[in-house]
Design a protein around this ligand. Structure first.
Ligand code: OAD
Length: 241
């Protein structure tokens, strides 16, 4: 008989992977949904080092718009449920997000990895410093550390670049008992492959998504619906279980 998620030990180690779908209910556009095109561009056309080198104005405009949007949106019930899980669960809970918004931290999640970087962070290519950033960045941004103008880029992991903190993520997934994937299409590696590692080490794997993801067959359980509804229900079950 297949174990169900709510039967995991009360001190189970939990890793939660989140994607754009968890923020969709807050009004943040996903990348591959019907609202996924940005001014006619696919994400693959703007989120690359090559795109930034050939058209920095366009790429800055994309991220400046997304950063400005952060001020208009708020965490939803799914973000808050994960923060509640972290604070009430007896075992460890690590949220690994592919999202570059700040809705997990604003809802109270503290054990959090931004594997694809963050909109509210900047990276100076002249001195290699990373720093908090708010407001528009644009082409003429000045580095707050070294003062160089025009070398600051969004601190976002683009296609072809290495996601952040992969060692910490891999270690946590290898040690987890329950792996939960929320609101991600499973189209982008290495995030999409974490479920296979979790499966390999014997973790119970649950997917919470609007539609089955590309890696759906790797999960023991798939629950379909809007994150703001199914994530709080799932967390309630775990905490009550
Ligand atoms: P996608 O846009 O590829 O997928 C979003 C997923 O969320 C889809 O499977 C939808 O079915 C689901 N979804 C949409 N609305 C939902 C809702 N209200 N509740 C629950 N699920 C919902 O986004 P990601 O998988 O996050 O990388 O994309 C992965 C990476 O591709 C992103 O981190 C980004 C992008 O390129 C970088 O920017 C580096």
């Amino acid at each position: 008989m297949e174990m169900i998620a709510t039967n995991v030990r009360k001190d189970a180690a939990i890793v939660v992977l989140t994607g754009a779908g968890i923020s969709a209910d807050s009004g943040v556009a996903t990348f591959r949904g019907p609202d996924g095109l940005w001014e006619g561009h696919r994400v693959e056309d703007v989120a690359t080092p090559e795109a930034f080198a050939s058209d920095p104005v366009l790429v800055h405009h994309f991220y400046d718009q997304r950063r400005a949007r952060l001020l208009e949106v708020a965490p939803n019930a799914a973000h808050f449920a994960l923060a509640r899980l972290e604070h009430q669960w007896a075992g460890s809970v690590l949220v690994v997000t592919q999202n570059v918004d700040d809705l997990h931290e604003r809802s109270g999640s503290a054990a959090l990895v931004h594997m694809h970087g963050a909109l509210n962070s900047g990276w100076c290519l002249a001195c290699n410093a990373r720093f908090a950033w708010s407001g528009a960045m644009g082409e003429g941004a000045r580095c707050p550390r070294c003062g160089t103008v025009g070398k600051v880029r969004p601190d976002i992991v683009w296609f072809g670049e290495m996601p952040y903190e992969m060692e910490r993520i891999d270690e946590a997934v290898r040690a987890c008992d329950l792996f939960v994937s929320i609101g991600t299409s499973g189209a982008v590696y290495p995030a999409a492959g974490l479920v296979q590692t979790a499966r390999y080490v014997g973790a119970h794997c649950v997917e919470l998504n609007l539609d089955p993801s590309q890696g759906s067959i790797f999960f023991h359980e798939t629950r379909l619906g809007r994150a703001a509804e199914i994530v709080p229900a799932f967390v309630d079950e775990l905490l009550a279980g």
